[in-house]
Structures are given as structure tokens and as C-alpha cells.
Design a protein around this ligand. Sequence first.
Ligand code: PMP
Length: 426
Amino acid sequence: MISHNQQLFERAQKHIPGGVNSPVRAFKSVGGTPCFFVAGSGAHVTDADGKSYVDYVGSWGPLILGHAHPGVLAAVQEATRKGLSFGAPTESEVDMAELLCESLPSLEMVRLVSSGTEATMSAIRLARGHTGRDLLIKFEGCYHGHSDSLLVKAGSGMLTLGNPSSAGVPADLARHTLVLDYNDTAGLEAAFAEHGAQIAALIVEPVAGNMNLVMPRPEFLQAMRKLCSEHGAVLIFDEVMTGFRVGAGCAQGLYGITPDLTTLGKVIGGGLPVGAFGGRREIMAQVAPLGPVYQAGTLSGNPVAVAAGLATLKCVRAAGFYEQLTQRTRQLTDGLRAAAARNGVPFSAQAVGGMFGLYFRPECPQSYAEVMSCDQQAFNRFFHGMLDAGHYFAPAAFEAGFVSAAHAEADIAATVAAAEAVFKAW
Ligand code: PMP
């Protein structure tokens, strides 16, 4: 009998490209039918066939409090009663700007947008407008959303589909994006030595989460800070994924680096569309209407979305929040590593805050090339074994995973036990 998920997927494919509104949802690399979710509560989601899963995707990062958190729902319901959108300023946007600037010392001013893509695209335009230069540095395997300049050797769905550069990006534009190796400090120094005077901006995921999880070497981040300052280039930390996910001070707080601009998304919207870019006042003052760099949005700072974000940020600011989240996430990675070791499966795993990476190779990767050496077939086997057992991991080998504050010790223990069974039958 054809399942409800299959029925929906067949219907979806008739009128939606690939049946999905974002490519990695399609299960293209792992195979099989995507789960159509009908509800979520805490750490659990339920699909159209009524099967429930412990969820390690969390809407790809925003749901740091889990699904349908009562405080977030109440804030959203309260906001909806007052109207959905005004296209005029509201107090909650001011509250959000104040809260973000208070949380990150590198932010003096911030502009709200509706997605991570808009945040990074706008930050790059701003950096180019501010410096009067065109050249952009990014790193292979880092994903910064789907704007033209950034779809060059990108990560996430681009890697999953095996085509890290998109069709439809004008060669004239791609020419302005220089792609370097993540964690390669010597390569970075060489690029600045050769092109320093032309570089408008360097954009980086300070912890890379779109080629699975790759931790930065601290000296790599330090070198980019130094080189950008020396050459007058704008250092952009893309913290769309890491922002309020790896710690209260984001990745820049963990590594003690002050970027010139920061982009945020995911957690700051708590599951509704909010993104932000912000940084040094001198640079942000170039944004319209103060300055000549144009940027706008009909729904920017939407009061319902901002209410969800503010309610989420209020919870993550509670004392001990990140300690507990870190501990829970480590329970998962430690448990999976031990289960794999007991069964002789080459596997490694690591976590930072509520974010984790699982790798079918003996050591955690430190470079794009090492990520690419992971056994993708093994991941696919693991993914489907876990899915069958009711544990929903990202349906692609090159994604980071997420644990929320709603994941109980028992949820993680159940996942580890299921993994043990999968590894046993390996
Ligand atoms: N930057 C990073 C680091 C991301 O992880 C993502 C999304 N996964 C984006 C930018 C793009 O954000 P969005 O999907 O909200 O446009």
C-alpha cells in the first residue's frame, strides 16, 4: 500500500520542482521518500503516516527550544492579535536590535531582513559599497545562501547534489569571488599578498556547518582578522547557523574574534523568517536611508516573526542554557562514537554548543577534502536505519545536526540505542 508520505510526494512533484521548496528536503542523495511532517512538539515530529521521530534537524537550526515551544507560541499568538504586518517601524524591532547589539559586542547597528540569504547578500553589497572594491573571498564548502556571488563552490544542498556551483550565475559575477580552502592559513595569506588591495570582503562560517561540521583552527580565524585589518577588507562572520547556536556570544565569542560585519538568521527568528546583518557603526551608516547602499524589504522586521525570535532569545539567555545544551549534544556524540567503536564501524563525531557533526571516517575532518573522504554510502545506510527506528537526521551527509533544549536525556539515550542496533547489523 502506498503511504501518505508517498502520496503527498507524488502530488508535490507535479507542481513543485522535485516536490520540495528547498533542495535538501528531497532525500535525493539518501534515496527514498521524504517525510511530510504534520506536527512537532518539543524534540519530536510526526509525519503524514502518523510515525513519530526524535528530530535532529530542528528546521535546519532555528528550533533551539524544540517544536511548538509554549513561550514562543504565546508570543506569536499575542503578536498576531495586533496585526500581521505594518510596513512601518514597530517597537519589537527596536527591542530586537537592542538585544542583538547587547549580545554581540561587534554589533553597533543592525538591520533586520527575512532570511539568511538576504543577510549575507546585503552584507556583501554593503562591504563592496563601503570599500569601493569588488573582490570577495569565500571558502570551498561554506554556504552563505543562494545569492549569485555566493553560489560558487558552496556547501549544503549544493554539495549534496554534487554540483557546488550553480547554473545561471553570470561568469562576470563569479569572477569577483575568490574561493580558498577552509583552515588553510597559508593559502589565505597568499591570496591577500596577491589581491589585498582589491578585496572588499572575506565571508566565512566561523564554525563551518554546511560541509558537515568543520571546526576552525583558531589561528585561521586570527589570520583572517589580521589580514582584513591590514588590507582594509571587511571581515564578515556568517553566523546564520552558529548565531546563538554554539553559545550566547556566538562563534565570535567562542574564538574571541571581532568581525566587522555579522550575519544572523535561524535561531533569531525562532522558526519564523528573520535574518539580520550588523556590525561597526561606520560601515552600517552606509546603509540606506543613512547612506548610499540600498537594501529594503516589505516584510523586514515583521512583528510576528520578531516576536518568535525575541521569545526564543529570551529563553536562551537564561543562566546555564548553553551548558546544558552542550552537555546534551555531547551525550549524543559520545554515545554514537562509543556505539560505533563497540561494533568496529569507522566513525567519528564532535559537537559545539547545540550543533554536531557525524562522520563516517575514523577522525573528525579539518578540511573540505577530508569531509569529502567520508563514506557517503555508510552515511546513507545509517540515515535509513535510524529513520526506520524513528530518529530523524538531516537527509544528507554534508549537513550539521542540531540538538534542542527540548531533547531529554531519554531521547538521546533512545537514539544511541537505535544506533547501536544499526551498527550491530552493519
Ligand atoms: N548562511 C549560512 C551559514 C547558512 O547555514 C544558511 C542556511 N543554511 C544561510 C546563510 C542561508 O540562510 P537562508 O536559508 O535563511 O536563506
